[in-house]
Design a protein around this ligand. Structure first.
Ligand code: PAF
Length: 297
């Protein structure tokens, strides 16, 4: 694996089918599953690590976002990355971008409503990564369900010649979705955080049992979180996966998304549904067999 800091060096080190996995570092098993998916179907695997200031609002956690490049480099190499791209802010933004990328409608609700400007910042950095690294495939986690929908739409609207590959959420053995922000959770916070996945997995079971009513599914999540003093619900909502509009009934591909504050940390999670002619397939993510690489970090 080589570590490079410029787009030109990424392109010089890439050949054949190039797979890109964009990250903000402090890698966990969810990121490693992006790298492994890319390794399985690409000749060159590029992983980027860049904590993108443009996607953090003034009250977000940019300053305390965890960083450890030495640790990340070891994990990335073990997971099969060929090129680790760690641009400086100056490489990424030689000048503050004048371009504004607003993906209308898809960012009206959920994370878009709670984090104004967030998706505009994500769109700019992902567009730059796609243009500068020129991958044939780019890998994104399903845990950021709205981000995935927004990026797919941006890529379609701009005709980027790249295939967006979604990768299932990775969960700890107790169900908690992996996130670099989990490192902020105290033992008590962590117990409270389990209400997010607990509620979602209960709703997933309800869908398997035939439930299709959005309000019923949302209540399964909201009530679980409401029963826990240590967690404050921001939203629990069923959304159309293509349009990211709230959905009254599960009739099209969708995700049930939740955001809550646990202590000082804001967490998001979701389960996804593919609607077939006479059945619904539920994607709960995958459960880790052993301890996560975040343990002990
Ligand atoms: O999902 C993330 O980690 C970030 O939003 C991304 C896609 C790397 C853009 O900064």
């Amino acid at each position: 694996m080589i570590v490079v800091e410029s787009f030109a060096d990424v392109r010089a080190a890439s050949s054949g089918r190039v797979g890109l996995a964009p990250t903000m570092g402090y890698l966990h098993n969810g990121h490693l599953s992006l790298f492994r998916a890319a390794r399985a179907d690409c000749d060159t695997v590029v992983a980027s690590i860049f904590v993108n200031p443009l996607q953090f609002g003034p009250t977000d956690d940019l300053g305390r976002y965890p960083r450890d490049l030495d640790r990340d480099a070891v994990l990335a190499e073990q997971a099969g990355v060929d090129v680790l791209f760690v641009p400086s802010v100056e490489e990424m933004y030689p000048e503050p971008p004048r371009l504004e990328l607003r993906i209308a409608d898809l960012t009206d609700h959920f994370e878009g409503a709670h984090r104004p400007g967030h998706f505009e910042g994500v769109a700019i950095v992902v567009a730059k990564l796609l243009a500068g690294c020129q991958p044939g495939r780019a890998y994104f986690g399903r845990k950021d369900a709205q981000q995935l929908s927004v990026i797919r739409r941006m890529v379609a609207d701009l005709s980027f010649p790249v295939e967006i590959v979604p990768v299932p959420t990775v969960r700890e053995s107790d169900g908690l979705a992996l996130s670099s922000r989990n490192t902020f959770l105290s033992d008590d916070d962590r117990m409270a955080a389990l209400t997010l996945s607990g509620g979602l997995l209960a709703a997933a079971d309800a869908v398997d049992a035939g439930e299709r009513d959005g309000a019923v599914l949302e209540a399964l999540v909201a009530d679980r979180i409401g029963s826990e003093d240590g967690a404050r619900l921001e939203y629990a909502s069923l959304a159309d996966a293509a349009t990211v509009q709230p959905l009254v009934e599960l009739t099209v591909d969708a995700f049930l998304a939740v955001a809550a504050r646990v202590g000082e940390t804001r967490l998001i999670d979701n389960v996804a549904f593919s609607v077939g002619d006479d059945s619904v397939t539920v994607d709960r993510g995958v459960i880790l067999e052993g301890p996560s690489v975040l343990e002990g970090s």
